[in-house]
Design a protein around this ligand. Structure first.
Ligand SMILES: O=C(O)CCC(=O)C(=O)O
Length: 251
């Protein structure tokens, strides 16, 4: 995998807030991670805890497993991230998000309405921000149709959200996004195992049920600029504050 983002990828990221790089992750890393997660699914998943897994992470004990972290730090993803953020805080854990197929109890799994992560989370104090800078998603299962548990995102929504955070939002509000964003269905991310999603933290996204017959599995890594915890509010209002390598490219 090329160790840097191309000029086209950077332009796409600036415009849409998201890029998907196909076949970005070495297949052997994908196979090993899937084996671990499949073992957890068949032996350890507690169906009474699906709501909690959906809010936080599936397979919580695997989040810092070396074979899961390898998807980030042995795959070249960390090098790609350096094309976007110059200095990052260490990435020490993954969130494993599974959309269960309807036949395996997925019809009861909560859906997620349009939101940006860490702002007015329904299960946290709305005055508490749990934001970061960039989401890296490593796709571990085929996502072949919009209703197969695909993530849906609003292209360019990072710019609209920053405008909302600057002009209308205040800390403690319980709305996660403004109405003109919340009513959108968004574009589905259709992908294959080994594809990599890089998404600006401010891009609004949602997930629905998985009507396919297979679990939809993605390992997400939340990447923070090394100073993010000191500048969370600034980063909400200025979408490029933490993306120093992109700043010379902005029109
Ligand atoms: O399941 C997914 O792919 C997305 C999950 C999500 O939006 C979240 O955890 O905030």
């Amino acid at each position: 995998m090329a160790a840097h983002l191309t000029a086209h990828e950077k332009d796409t990221f600036i415009r849409d807030g998201i890029i998907v790089r196909r076949n970005a992750i070495p297949p052997e890393l994908i196979v090993t991670a899937r084996q671990l997660i499949d073992r957890w699914l068949s032996r350890d998943m507690d169906l009474t805890r699906v709501d909690a897994y959906t809010q936080r992470t599936f397979a919580p004990d695997l989040g810092d497993h070396p074979d899961i972290l390898a998807l980030f730090d042995q795959s070249g993803v960390a090098d790609l991230v350096a094309s976007l953020i110059r200095r990052t805080a260490p990435v020490t854990t993954a969130q494993i998000q599974i959309r269960l197929p309807a036949v395996a109890g997925g019809t009861h799994q909560p859906v997620k309405a349009m939101h940006v992560d860490g702002v007015a989370c329904p299960h946290h104090n709305p005055a508490e921000l749990r934001t970061f800078t960039l989401l890296a998603g490593v796709v571990l299962s085929p996502i072949s149709a919009p209703d197969a548990g695909a993530l849906h995102y609003v292209p360019g929504g990072h710019l609209a959200m920053a405008e909302w955070f600057r002009s209308e939002w205040s800390l403690g509000m319980t709305e996660q996004v403004p109405p003109h964003i919340g009513t959108q269905h968004g574009e589905p991310v259709l992908a294959q195992p080994g594809d990599l999603l890089l998404m600006h933290h401010l891009v609004p996204h949602a997930v629905g049920h998985n009507a396919s017959s297979e679990p939809r599995v993605v390992a997400y890594f939340r990447i923070s600029h090394e100073r993010h915890h000191q500048q969370r509010l600034d980063a909400l209002r200025d979408p490029w504050r933490e993306y120093e390598p992109l700043q010379p490219l902005l029109a």
